[in-house]
Ligand binder design. Structure first.
Ligand code: TXA
Ligand code: MG
Length: 345
């Protein structure tokens, strides 16, 4: 299949291209779209055949449900039932933005989209091009991250081309993703609400609006064999470069020293800028300053991907503390490592 590349970095002046991309989605095709978090692999969420093709293109297990993307909170009632008041409060504060809510699904949402569940994940992205395409399509757009299942998520159009060229109808290049990690997922079908996946919206900000949120166990540790976590996607080894990863948790000077003491000639290192010069013989991917978690979030997936084109045989990664966006960055690194974590103290 020939994949058409659209370059649409802004809405103004590009309505024709936006309409073309939306047309492909309405006709049941697959189009990768830019969002502020990561690139998504979009299709009409109400079209079972289109949704089936998402799973095929990604090589994704069919019990791992998709997020539906809507242009505003007004659409919630069309696809969800018994929407609690907190959902509207969160939408009011954080939509459009990197927050996904799990709600009870109405029957119009195909089981193929929800991975067989009675609930559905809903998000309103803030990238203006994504919003314009969804509005023009006039349907909720199912969009998992646009990576091949198991690989690091795509934060640039180039990443999407690597994983999806030839498999889908279109790719919209909307520039590099501003947030860089996927949305935060909150399950509102339980009491208290649960954090299923840390992401681009810090947990502290959500708690400031809705009070206590319980952190699901799959966020911080590996699910036991056979255990099905509430977000089925959290069960899989994920985001993984080809070389095995060891995440080093602890005060940055100590984690840097631990890595220095353990690296060899074929090691790769993911570290904060302040420590990058400590590894002159290794392939180094710098995450940004130890103080700048937003930059770490923007770079983490590209850093993980970059080793695949090198000779590196093992990777050590410094891990930020879990405040703010650090919870999401650390979670992605730990999942990439299959929770192979060393704590230094
Ligand atoms: O930022 C994002 O959320 C990106 C962009 C493209 O919007 N999308 C994304 O989708 O990360 P995906 O499919 O890669 O991750 C969705 C996660 C999976 O772990 C899935 O198991 C979980 O959401 N999920 C989806 N529906 C669910 C549901 N009804 N209940 C629990 N977890 C659900
Ligand atoms: Mg994903």
């Amino acid at each position: 299949m020939r994949t058409k590349l659209f370059i649409i970095h802004q809405v103004e002046g590009f309505q024709e291209e936006i309409d073309q991309a939306a047309h492909i989605i309405r006709e049941g095709g697959l189009v990768a779209i830019p969002t502020e978090t990561v690139y998504g692999l979009g299709a009409d969420a109400l079209n079972e055949d289109a949704v089936r093709r998402i799973y095929e293109a990604k090589g994704r297990p069919s019990n791992n449900p998709l997020i539906i993307h809507v242009p505003s909170a007004d659409w919630l009632e069309d696809y969800c039932r018994d929407v609690p008041e907190v959902a509207y409060r969160l939408a009011e504060q954080f939509w459009p933005g990197p927050l996904t809510m799990i709600l009870q699904a109405k029957d119009v949402v195909p089981k193929r989209t929800t991975g067989g569940l009675d609930t559905v994940a809903v998000r309103c992205p803030s990238h203006p091009v994504a919003l314009a395409i969804i509005r023009a399509a006039g349907v909720p757009v199912a969009a998992p991250s646009a990576n091949t299942s198991g690989r690091p998520s795509c934060t640039t159009a180039q990443h999407v081309i690597e994983d999806m060229a030839g498999k889908i109808e279109g790719i919209v290049d909307g520039g590099d993703c501003a947030v860089g990690v996927e949305s935060t997922i909150i399950d509102l079908t339980c009491e208290p609400p649960q954090l299923l996946r840390p992401g681009g919206m810090p947990l502290e900000d959500i708690q400031a609006v809705i009070g206590t949120v319980r952190i699901n166990g799959a966020v911080t540790s590996e699910p036991a064999p056979g255990e099905v976590p509430r977000a089925p996607g959290m069960a899989y080894r994920h985001y993984a470069p080809k070389a095995p990863v060891t995440v080093v948790v602890g005060e940055p000077e100590r984690s840097a020293r631990f890595i220095q003491a353990n690296v060899g000639r074929y090691s790769g290192v993911i570290c904060f800028d302040e420590f990058a010069e400590r590894y002159p013989e290794q392939v180094v991917q710098s995450l940004g300053s130890v103080e700048d978690k937003a930059e770490q979030a923007r770079r983490v997936f590209d850093a993980l991907r970059a080793f695949d084109s090198t000779q590196v045989q093992e990777i050590y990664a410094q891990c930020p503390d879990s405040d703010g966006l650090g919870l999401a960055v650390g979670n992605r690194l730990k999942k990439a490592a299959g929770f192979h974590v060393v704590e230094v103290r």
